[in-house]
Design a protein around this ligand. Structure first.
Ligand SMILES: CC(C)(COP(=O)(O)OP(=O)(O)OC[C@H]1O[C@@H](n2cnc3c(N)ncnc32)[C@H](O)[C@@H]1OP(=O)(O)O)[C@@H](O)C(=O)NCCC(=O)NCCS
Length: 233
């Protein structure tokens, strides 16, 4: 996944969650996924509890929810690939409440969060178990031939929910939102040694089309750039 923003194309300002065309699709409606097979027919683990995916709001509580997933999942996934100092710098320059709140009001970024109701004893306790970030107006040289494209910039699932079907539901929702917004392609960058994520994206039809460097402090790492076509029905 791209940890450092890809080059922006300087798109014109747009309102929050502005759609790509004049269509105003219902993608902001919260979508509840009940424990059942994936609608795409993809063989995914059954959910133990229903998941609701909703657009994150520019509120402190949603910013904190994103941070509560982003910090530990990033640290567990990428911590072993960089120095402690670089990891701390990255987390402190990415996952603070003011920074995430600013991103939640950025018209080129859309965040969706997956919420699970844990139903602890007699209490209903909504817990955020993942989030995804879509970013408009970014590209890479190897994406030149792909038009109407949006970036899947971050995709993080709580560590204790990996392999539990949450990622599948969040991906289904993400692809559906991008389609509703009339994009024809979705791209991402994934760290070359992040084999679990690469396999996950491969399952969802993303194909490698190139690579790019990104720097974590003084360490140059390689991302594989992948694209998936979004077939409009
Ligand atoms: C990447 C992520 C979103 C995927 O969610 P998930 O619930 O783990 O995904 P799934 O279990 O459905 O799929 C993972 C696949 O990788 C496979 N896998 C697991 N470890 C693997 C490894 N070391 N090498 C190769 N494949 C691996 C799993 O078997 C599974 O494939 P299968 O369904 O064909 O058996 C989640 O693991 C995550 O949040 N990771 C940390 C953050 C991250 O890396 N985000 C992406 C940044 S680009």
């Amino acid at each position: 996944m791209t940890q450092i923003s890809a080059q922006a194309l300087d798109p014109p300002p747009a309102p929050l969650f502005h759609t790509h065309t004049t269509l105003v699709p219902p993608e902001h409606e919260p979508q509840t996924y009940i424990p059942s097979p994936s609608p795409s027919g993809m063989p995914t683990p059954s959910l133990k509890r229903p998941i609701t995916v909703r657009a994150a709001q520019p509120t402190t509580s949603d910013a904190e929810a994103i941070i509560s997933i982003g910090r530990p999942v990033y640290a567990a996934t990428f911590g072993p690939t960089c120095s402690e100092a670089d990891l701390r710098d990255y987390l402190d320059s990415t996952y603070t409440s003011p920074l995430v709140l600013a991103e939640l009001t950025d018209p080129n970024k859309q965040f969706f969060i997956a919420v699970q109701d844990l139903l602890e004893a007699s209490n209903s306790l909504d817990t955020v178990v993942g989030f995804v970030q879509l970013t408009k107006g970014t590209t890479e040289p190897c994406l030149g031939e792909y038009d109407d494209i949006i970036e899947l910039q971050r995709f993080y699932i709580a560590l204790d929910h990996h392999g539990a079907g949450v990622a599948a539901r969040l991906m289904e929702h993400t692809l559906s939102v991008a389609k509703q917004q009339q994009y024809r392609h979705i791209w991402l960058g994934v760290y070359e040694h992040n084999h679990r994520a690469r396999r996950f994206y491969q399952k969802y039809g993303f194909k490698s089309v190139g690579e790019h460097d990104f720097w974590v402090g003084s360490d140059r790492q390689t991302d594989i750039v992948c694209v998936r076509e979004l077939v409009q029905e």
